[in-house]
Write a protein that binds this ligand. Structure first.
Ligand code: VAH
Length: 322
């Protein structure tokens, strides 16, 4: 990796991956592209940024060609809940965006990181210790675009030799950028609510167990798989990875250890509840651990402690929350 393009650079993953890659490879060598006209100061001030719609193949191609990009982290995507509200737009952005990236990668010999998700599984998938290779029959538009994305990425590798790689991310917890329109967003919003008014009204049922991961582990996974020896990767796209699995009531109990008066209530959002119930409760990530030594660092207690430390500092210093 020498010259990197990150699409979706202003999103929940992109806003943390961009500074880490710029630290590692040099600001000028990491081009950030996002749908926002005005990203946050950190991204604007540390390297090149371009406003970009990933459906605009011409602009995307010019960015890759003019900058000699050799690796693309393609993060631009509509997430699960908003994709159920706007399924046709989700297919357009998620699939035509990916097709543009893969076609340009084929022409300019770029490696491509594609983030799949546990959403690539569905109600027929074994929900506990979900195997790497099993039934994938998602009943959400987001999940359909993730399965299709995994298959298309595999195809471009086998048919055209494009170096495509990817993981199935669980719900991601982060303190830099708020997630936009996901089903697991409760696991981020709860921290802001706990610190600002010691109460959170959760849109998922108290016992809805889902795989989760703290963002530093997610960033490490994305970089580690792209730096792995290609010969080690038999699965290539869509590696199961997770760090922990918990339900809202367990997360609330962990937060209460730090904020004793914190309380949680439940006002269920039927759409996001039904999406969550179609996903596995806990996936088996032994294949990623075997093939490219995946190893998360943050469990639930370490995540809660770091999130509360970082966010309370942010709220105290009143720094922008992107
Ligand atoms: C979502 N955060 O909720 C994403 C993620 C597994 C969930 O893909 O849509």
């Amino acid at each position: 990796m020498k010259k990197i393009l990150i699409t979706g650079a202003t999103g929940q993953i992109g806003s943390e991956l961009t500074p880490v890659l710029r630290q590692k490879f040099g600001g000028e060598n990491v081009i950030a592209a996002g749908h926002k006209r005005e990203p946050d100061r950190e991204i604007l001030g540390s390297g090149p940024y371009f406003a970009l719609d990933v459906r605009d193949k011409q602009t995307l191609q010019a960015l890759v060609a003019d900058n000699g990009v050799d690796t693309v982290f393609h993060l631009a995507s509509l997430l699960s809940a908003v994709a159920e509200e706007h399924p046709q737009r989700a297919w357009d952005i998620n699939m035509n965006g990916l097709t543009n990236i893969l076609e340009i990668a084929r022409e300019y010999r770029c490696a491509v990181f594609f983030p799949s998700s546990i959403a690539a599984f569905g109600p027929l998938t074994p929900p506990d210790n979900t195997p790497q290779d099993t039934i994938q029959h998602p009943n959400t538009m987001y999940g359909i675009t993730k399965v299709a994305g995994e298959l298309l990425s595999d195809y471009y590798h086998h048919r055209f030799g494009v170096d495509t790689r990817g993981v199935r991310f669980p719900g991601l917890i982060s303190h830099k950028a708020l997630p936009g329109g996901g089903t697991t967003d409760y696991a981020v919003h709860i921290f802001y609510a706990a610190l600002t008014n010691k109460h959170y009204d959760c849109f998922l049922k108290r016992d809805t167990k889902l795989d989760m991961m703290y963002m530093p582990d997610a960033i490490q996974a994305a970089i580690q798989i792209m730096e792995s020896d290609s010969k080690q990767l038999t699965h290539r796209n869509g590696y199961n990875i997770t760090a922990m699995s918990f339900a809202p009531e367990q997360l609330a109990a962990e937060i209460k250890k730090h904020i004793p008066h914190f309380t949680i209530s439940y006002t269920i959002d039927p759409i996001r509840q039904s999406i969550a119930e179609s996903w596995p409760r806990h996936i088996d990530d032994s294949t990623a651990r075997d093939e490219w030594q995946w190893a998360p660092q943050y469990n639930l207690s370490a995540t809660v402690k770091d999130m509360l430390d970082k966010l309370s500092h942010r709220i105290k210093t009143n720094r922008e929350v992107v």
